[in-house]
Write a protein that binds this ligand. Structure first.
Ligand code: AHM
Ligand code: MG
Length: 338
């Protein structure tokens, strides 16, 4: 590859700006700020083991500074980057009970709101397992110049104008969509830039990976138990049994399945009767990306992105990935009602 012909995230964002009919550069600037915050979080993440900040919120480091858990750090890094960019009038995150509305004169003029899980898979952080940040961008409903309202954050997923994630893995990547396909960028640490590495990602219509926490098997709906048996049985075409892969970090499980085909399942269970994953900042952005890549996302019966929201931290059963695999899960849930 000609190393002089890289496309950085910022180059790409500017090139694609013309794709938006109402392009004024505001969304481009917002995405660029998310990319910058992701680099700050990535840097902290890389050093986490060295400076012993894993999971020790409130403790004091060697310089006498109060240390933050990485998820608190990530929350602050993204919130402050979005506050500073001036295009965003508020943010809702997994770390905060209520939405945060920005009250500065410039910020109140921002067209967009952002919903985020700043550090998803946080139970894995202490063990050096890949984690991620998830984001979802909406155009505000409330008038510009006023402070944002809760309705701005409670829009159905189909209203998303962009969504994406950052995966802090063996390399760090940012994957996002503005509704014209999905593109992935890998962070080149030597130049500190996200570089286009996975243009126009399409997910296979059929996959052979299923990702689920089978430890909860006993609590699963009957349709899911039957689907799991289907995945594990041999078929005449030698397509099954499928392979089971589960990291326990949504971004990582989703990313792998997006690239090679598969399904991620998080059903409701007795311990989590509404499912575990949150619609606003986990399910909706992943659903947007899956659909943009040719896949699907469902709560088992209906499209995730059409779900009506009643609460900011609302949970839902979540089935996302290859189109035909999600369809199969829906068929099993319909055929075997509890
Ligand atoms: P978190 O937002 O508290 O980190 O929880 C979400 C995570 C997802 O990344 C992952 O898919 C899921 O929880 C794993 O849950 P479990 O440990 O029950 O399998
Ligand atoms: Mg999460």
């Amino acid at each position: 590859m000609n190393s002089y012909r890289i496309t950085t995230l910022n180059d790409f964002i500017i090139q694609k700006q013309k794709d938006f009919s109402y392009a004024s550069g505001d969304l481009s600037s917002l995405l660029s700020h998310i990319g910058t915050a992701a680099k700050i979080v990535n840097k902290k993440m890389n050093k986490a083991g060295l400076v012993d900040i894993l999971g020790k919120s409130g403790s004091v480091n060697i310089q006498g500074e109060t240390q933050q858990k990485l998820d608190v750090f990530a929350d602050k890094a993204f919130t402050e980057a979005l506050r500073a960019c001036g295009e965003c009038c508020g943010i809702a995150t997994e770390e905060n009970q209520n939405e945060i509305v920005f009250t500065g004169r410039l910020e109140k003029k921002g067209k967009y709101i952002v919903c985020m899980d700043p550090l998803d898979g946080s139970s894995n952080i202490d063990y050096n397992v890949s984690v991620g940040s998830i984001f979802s961008i909406y155009r505000r409903i409330s008038p510009r110049g006023k402070t944002a309202k809760i309705e701005d954050f409670m829009q159905p997923g189909i209203n998303q104008v962009a969504a994406g994630y950052v995966i802090y893995g063996s390399s760090t990547m940012m994957v996002y969509s503005t509704g014209n396909g999905v593109n992935g960028f890998t962070l080149d640490p030597s130049i500190g830039e996200f570089c286009l590495s996975h243009p126009n990602i399409k997910t296979p219509v059929n996959g052979n990976i299923y990702s689920i926490n089978e430890g909860n098997y006993t609590y699963f709906p009957l349709g899911i138990k039957k689907f799991l048996k289907f995945c594990q049985e041999k078929d005449e075409d030698n397509e099954r049994p499928y392979t089971s892969r589960y990291i326990g970090s949504l971004v990582s499980d989703f990313h792998r399945n997006l690239l090679i085909g598969g399904i991620f399942l998080y059903p409701q269970n007795e311990r989590a009767p509404q499912g575990k994953l949150r619609v606003v900042y986990e399910c909706n952005p992943m659903a947007f990306l899956a659909e943009q890549a040719g896949g699907a996302a469902s709560d088992g019966f209906n499209r995730i992105m059409e779900m009506e929201l009643k609460a900011l931290h609302q949970r839902s059963p979540f089935y996302v990935g290859s189109l035909n695999m999600v369809q199969k899960v829906k068929e099993f849930l319909k055929a075997y009602p509890d």
